[in-house]
Ligand binder design. Structure first.
Ligand code: SF4
Length: 233
């Protein structure tokens, strides 16, 4: 789907929720998910100094590589306003990005740390923090046009890394690919929508504490992506 046809396919309510400045970014008061709007307002009242809004993408607009997480963590990206910033998952993700030359290696858990990404961008399948880190199906569906628009606005994009099954399935659905035709598996690689889609278990504290995902397993996925990008140059 081209960017133009993507826009034509978007319902009017979603179009009105997108900012004029950046079509890949929903409005800070995006109304599309009532449960998440309610949670956002609860967090705004309890923590008025936190970001408490749909978290924008972060990274290089010329990127060949897009990372798609699940959703902001309540005390991580929802607090700081940058994906994966300020919580455990970010520690492992940004360490790994630095290891493979995708960042300036200045990550320090807050948005004023001077971090920049090289040839990489980060977003989430769901832009607003969900209670217990668990978005429901309707919320994943409502936020998918923002994900698709993000993907299609990256003109140099070649590789997408999905962190976890929900991210993987939302990318597949963005391109109308049946789930059975590209099953999620850690370390798997698929052809989707003209891109290479790579899968990893999410770099959450739970997954790393249980050793479902080790730093070495995570690094192996990035090594594959790095090598594939180099081979495609
Ligand atoms: S999750 Fe996405 S679609 Fe839902 S309210 Fe937030 S920005 Fe809007």
């Amino acid at each position: 789907m081209t960017e133009a046809s993507c826009w034509q396919a978007l319902p009017a309510l979603i179009l009105s929720a997108m900012t004029e400045q950046n079509p890949a970014l929903p409005d800070k008061d995006c109304p599309l998910c009532p449960r998440l709007v309610s949670y956002r307002q609860t967090n705004q009242a309890a923590q008025p100094d936190w970001f408490n809004a749909p978290v924008p993408c972060f990274g290089d607009p010329q990127a060949e590589f897009l990372i798609v997480g699940l959703a902001p963590g309540v005390t991580g990206a929802n607090r700081t306003g940058r994906p994966f910033t300020g919580d455990w998952a970010g520690d492992l993700l940004y360490d790994t990005l630095a290891q493979f030359g995708f960042s300036s290696d200045t990550y320090d858990k807050h948005i004023d740390d001077g971090l920049s990404l090289n040839n990489c961008m980060i977003t989430n399948a769901v832009r607003c923090v969900p209670p217990q880190n668990k978005p429901i199906g309707a919320e994943i569906t409502a936020c998918r046009p923002f994900l698709l628009n993000r993907i299609e606005s990256l003109k140099n994009l070649k590789a997408i890394l999905s962190l976890g099954r929900i991210s993987h399935e939302s990318v597949l659905r963005s391109f109308g690919v049946k789930l059975k035709d590209a099953a999620f598996a850690h370390g798997a690689k698929h052809d989707v929508g003209g891109y290479k889609l790579y899968d990893s278990y999410h770099c959450s504290r739970y997954n790393t504490n249980t050793r479902r995902l080790t730093p070495e397993m995570f690094a192996d996925v990035f090594a594959t992506i790095k090598a594939d990008l180099a081979a495609s140059a």
